[in-house]
Design a protein around this ligand. Structure first.
Ligand code: WQD
Length: 341
């Protein structure tokens, strides 16, 4: 029998790709809860176009405890939760920290309370490489200690991880995995689902794609004087469908009781660092034209380089990245043309 999984933030970028992967695994039945304040209910139509399955999204704010709990009452037998619902913009979190604490901690609190009340056994939490802070020793692995959070967003992820650890002492029926993502990019290979970035995106790939499609006239490479191989920052980019696949494998790992600790941490990175200039070169090759970019000053708050050691996820989850940077760019470009043509 299929396990019933709730995905919070199911209409979002990572949530929707994870729902597609859960359905395609054939092992999971999915319910989504998403207020759609940072996403759109139309996402479920895209999920249907790709999978042929109608996934119900409950348009509920996970911070609204009463409404959130009602979803469990209407759907008895939920065995696992994948908790994505949170705000994630670094700059915005600096400008409106309390909004970030209220939303990201509030959703976490209600998810943990629901796990206890409705006896949900398996929890996957969407954390971030941002918990490591400004790291000097690379690559990062799960033993790397958390650093000082360099923005409220990162701090909320650190606190949420702590909340899970504390709650597991009290709720002995639940096991959890914390998944720390590096830089998820790209879109579904069909080009039918991808990230709906804000009008003025901050992240590298949406900016590159907007420049390529003409939505933005020009972009800036933030810093070319870092101590890296070409002077620009290095990040660990990985395809969103690889991240989605990791969630299926992580849920399998809990469902099959392969975990040895009640709470385990996995870094989800490709194991490979690429620079901003290398990303631009890869994009130009795929798109087939020169992109209009200038070399500019450093962006405040950026760290020179971060990438992950992915051994733990490779060995224990049996997870390996299937998509390279060309596939990341091809899918992102397909999606850009789908939404902005
Ligand atoms: C990547 C590189 C920029 C835009 C952030 C969050 C992180 C995670 C993912 C998760 C950097 C450079 C960018 C541009 C550029 N969030 N850049 N010109 O900052 O590594 O990570 O998103 O939920 O927590 O911090 O990603 O895509 O913003 O930047 O040169 O116009 O691209 O300086 O080196 P980042 P990013």
């Amino acid at each position: 029998m299929k396990q019933k999984i709730m995905v919070t933030g199911g209409c979002g970028y990572l949530g929707s790709h994870t729902i597609i992967a859960l359905i395609e695994s054939g092992k999971y039945e999915v319910i989504s809860v998403d207020s759609c304040v940072r996403s759109t209910p139309e996402t479920m139509g895209r999920v249907k176009a790709i999978t042929g399955v109608n996934v119900k999204n409950y348009r509920v704010d996970v911070c609204d405890r009463e409404s959130f709990f009602k979803v469990f009452e209407e759907n008895p037998g939920i065995t696992g939760i994948i908790h994505f619902a949170a705000y994630k913009a670094v700059g915005e979190s600096v400008e409106q920290p309390l909004m970030y604490y209220r939303n990201n901690l509030g959703t976490m609190m209600n998810v943990l309370e629901a796990c206890e009340k409705f006896r949900v056994k398996h929890l996957l939490f969407s954390s971030s490489a941002a918990v490591y802070g400004d790291i000097k020793k690379l690559p990062v692995n799960e033993q790397t200690p958390m650093g000082v959070a360099n923005c409220p967003y990162a701090h909320t992820k650190q606190i949420c991880e702590g909340m899970i650890q504390s709650e597991l002492v009290a709720n002995t029926e639940m096991n959890a995995l914390i998944l720390r993502y590096f830089n998820p990019v790209g879109a579904h290979p069909t080009g039918l689902n991808g990230e709906l970035s804000p009008d003025k995106p901050n992240n590298l790939i949406p900016v590159i794609m907007h420049v390529a499609s003409g939505v933005l006239p020009q972009m800036t490479v933030f810093g070319t004087d870092y101590d890296t191989r070409d002077g620009s920052c290095i990040r660990d980019y990985l395809h969103v469908c690889d991240i989605a696949d990791a969630h299926v494998k992580a849920m399998d790992y809990l469902v099959e009781s392969r975990n040895t600790e009640r709470c385990e941490i996995f870094n989800l990175g490709s194991g490979n660092g690429l620079s901003v200039l290398e990303m631009l070169a890869a994009a130009e090759k795929v798109i087939g034209k020169k992109l209009n970019y200038v070399l500019g000053d450093r962006r405040p708050g950026d760290i020179p380089a971060i990438y992950s050691d992915s051994t733990r996820a490779n060995e224990l989850l049996g997870w390996h990245c299937r998509y390279d940077v060309t596939a990341m760019m091809e899918s992102a470009w397909k999606w850009e043309r789908f939404i902005n043509s």
